[in-house]
Design a protein around this ligand. Structure first.
Ligand SMILES: [Zn+2]
Length: 299
């Protein structure tokens, strides 16, 4: 699954190439890629054809293209799945292997959805009122299928104090809470471990027992870690080619916790550890990130 920084890289690239363009025709090469569209393939093709792209938006790892006009308010929601790619190709360029959907644009380029495993796909969605908008601000609309997803730290509507409140209401492990897309969105396993290390918190600490100040630090850490990944991830669009599976480079260079079991903590020199967590792994420093039992016994 692509992480938020990779999806944001794709979003920026698509925004550059798509906004203001008109979709002149759509060709579905594999029906599985449009299986989520309630109206079926002819409805999807019919409603997309002739539409202008007015925006490309993202929340957490969810991406949608706004194709609203005066008579049809609609979002083209893109599921990248495990292996989905959104590519911009010159018209008439050889087809990509695993091409699933092609949309011709009025500038002679093509938007292509390529997906080897076809877990991903496109569907048109209605908009609904955003329940996560901050109090006192006009609520922007979000696609129905994205409405349950909380804002991510890069969203202008992201409200730190409300996220802290949601975290403090959870009687569960803080790492689990970080990965809960209804509390804060866009945080995957790797970024969670990096942020917990940065904030010196063990992932098994119970969220409701952590101070508001510490939770603010943790949210700040998540933001910094993902912003760093964004900085190195945002370079791949120049050649009219977006690859959401491309490693951003961040994962090799900048990790302080994830994948470092047995290596020395870059802050204190203790030997980093690995634990099983939800069928995956957690990496942490036993000295900087005290287990809950140690914290409690020290008061
Ligand atoms: Zn340490």
């Amino acid at each position: 699954m692509p992480e938020l920084p990779e999806v944001e890289t794709v979003r920026v690239g698509l925004e550059t190439h798509l906004v203001g363009r008109v979709i002149t025709s759509v060709d579905v090469a594999h029906p599985r890629a449009v299986r989520r569209h309630a109206g079926g393939e002819p409805d999807l093709v019919g409603r997309l054809t002739g539409k202008a792209v007015t925006g490309v938006r993202r929340r957490g790892k969810y991406l949608w293209i706004d194709v609203s006009d005066a008579t049809d308010r609609a979002a083209l929601v893109v599921h990248l799945g495990m292996s989905g790619q959104m590519l911009i190709a010159r018209g008439g360029a050889p087809d990509h292997t695993h091409l699933r959907v092609r949309a011709l644009l009025d500038d002679e380029n093509e938007l292509r959805f390529v997906d080897q495993r076809t877990f991903g796909g496109w569907h048109l969605d209605d908009y609904t009122v955003d329940a996560y908008a901050p109090a006192g601000m006009p609520a922007a609309d979000v696609p129905v299928s994205v409405a349950h997803i909380a804002t991510d730290p890069f969203d202008p509507a992201f409200d730190v104090e409300r996220v802290v409140n949601r975290m403090r209401a959870k009687h569960s492990e803080i790492k689990r809470v970080l990965l809960d897309q209804t509390v804060i969105s866009g945080v995957g396993n790797i970024y969670a471990d990096e942020a917990l290390w940065r904030a010196r918190l063990h992932g098994a600490r119970i969220a409701e027992t952590i101070s508001r100040k510490k939770l603010r630090e943790l949210i700040e850490a998540v933001t910094v870690v993902m912003a760093e990944a964004l900085k190195v991830g945002g370079t791949s669009f120049d050649a009219l080619y977006v690859n959401v599976n491309g490693q951003s480079g961040y994962f090799e260079r900048s990790l302080n916790a994830y994948g470092r079991a047995g290596e020395l903590c870059r802050r204190c020199g203790a030997i980093m550890r690995r634990e099983s967590f939800m069928n995956r792994s957690s990496f942490y420093c036993p000295r900087c990130q005290r287990r809950p039992s140690d914290v409690e016994s020290r008061g």
